[in-house]
Design a protein around this ligand. Structure first.
Ligand SMILES: *[C@@H]1O[C@H](CO)[C@@H](O)[C@H](O)[C@H]1NC(C)=O
Ligand SMILES: *[C@@H]1O[C@H](CO)[C@@H](O)[C@H](O)[C@H]1NC(C)=O
Length: 293
């Protein structure tokens, strides 16, 4: 009896832990290391992943699952100190020559100089939709959450819950939107000192190598996993508009409320350093269609 009781209390103690582990995601379960010959490592029982870069090579990983829409969070801690020349890319991407892609890229800098957060959206193999930002914190001092909301109406990039960019579905005015090609979550750390820091002026200081970026708290609980073999989505086999009515799937129709719209404007006003839609010189034939709406 006593042993039954203690077993029961042990179980009760362990239960919340199990639940926590399940919802936090596990790098061993959810990801595979794709390159870098030992420079990418999964640590702490799958709770932490690190990528490193040295003079010989960078490294990378990708999700085992492919997603067709999702609300995906990850916390990243970027290369600290003199990270000039390094780029940490974190993105969703589909396959083929007419691929779709939703990009976060972090361009390193000299100690004390700001990182650039570079974003882009590719549809059917065409990008050229860059927006760049400084951050309102030092992204190397601690972990911060970088999130992608991708549903049939919009793509929202967020940092610590603050939206920094929205790309709306503008198919009605002829702008393609990613909605048919499942994407894999991918990340890599590599050397890009030919362009990354001050446009390539500052080179990577290899005496500071290896450079390390860390990842934790992956969460894709709200995402539709695409099965290639069955050609079905875990959200529903029916249309996405009806599956959004399933409890837990509200994110499939999520919009930016007025508070979030205010935050988005705050970031765009104070932290955006480049917007392709304002770059008139780059598009002498006229700005892309989506910039005019
Ligand atoms: C690096 O710092 C310089 C000087 O403050 C700044 O102009 C640049 O935008 C920063 N970021 C990158 C990635 O070059
Ligand atoms: C595909 O469908 C089969 C049969 O319904 C099922 O057993 C299997 O788990 C499915 N595979 C995936 C990856 O969803």
């Amino acid at each position: 009896m006593a042993s039954f009781k203690s077993a029961l209390s042990l179980l009760l103690l362990a239960l919340p832990l199990l639940v926590m582990v399940a919802s936090a995601g596990n790098f061993n379960q959810d990801f595979q290391i794709t390159w870098g010959d030992g420079r990418a490592k999964i640590l702490n029982n799958g709770q932490l992943l690190t990528l490193t870069l040295d003079k010989a090579s960078g490294s990378g990983f990708e999700s085992k699952n492919e997603y067709l829409f999702g609300k995906i969070d990850m916390q990243l801690k970027l290369v600290a100190g003199n990270s000039a020349g390094t780029v940490t890319a974190y993105y969703l991407r589909s396959e083929g020559s007419l691929w779709d892609e939703i990009d976060f890229e972090f361009l390193g800098n000299l100690s004390g100089d700001p990182y650039i957060l570079h974003t882009n959206v590719f549809t059917q193999g065409k990008g050229n939709r860059e927006q760049q930002f400084y951050l309102w914190f030092d992204p190397t001092a601690d972990f911060h959450a970088y999130s992608i909301l991708w549903n049939p109406q919009r793509i929202v990039f967020s940092v610590d819950g603050t939206p920094i960019r929205e790309f709306k579905n503008m198919e009605s005015i002829g702008v393609p939107f990613p909605k048919n090609q499942p994407m894999r979550l991918t990340s890599s750390l590599w050397n890009a000192d030919d362009w990354a820091t001050r446009g390539g002026l500052v080179k990577t200081d290899w005496s500071k190598a290896p450079f390390t970026a860390s990842y934790r708290n992956f969460n894709a609980d709200k995402a539709c996993i695409w099965s290639r073999t069955n050609k079905t989505s875990s959200c529903s086999s029916s249309s996405s508009s009806s599956s959004s009515k399933i409890p837990g799937n509200e994110w499939l129709t999520e919009d930016l409320d007025t508070t979030k719209q205010g935050r988005l404007r705050w970031v765009q006003k104070n932290y955006m350093i480049y917007n392709y839609c304002s770059d008139i010189k780059r598009f002498p034939q006229g700005l892309p269609t989506e910039c005019k709406s």
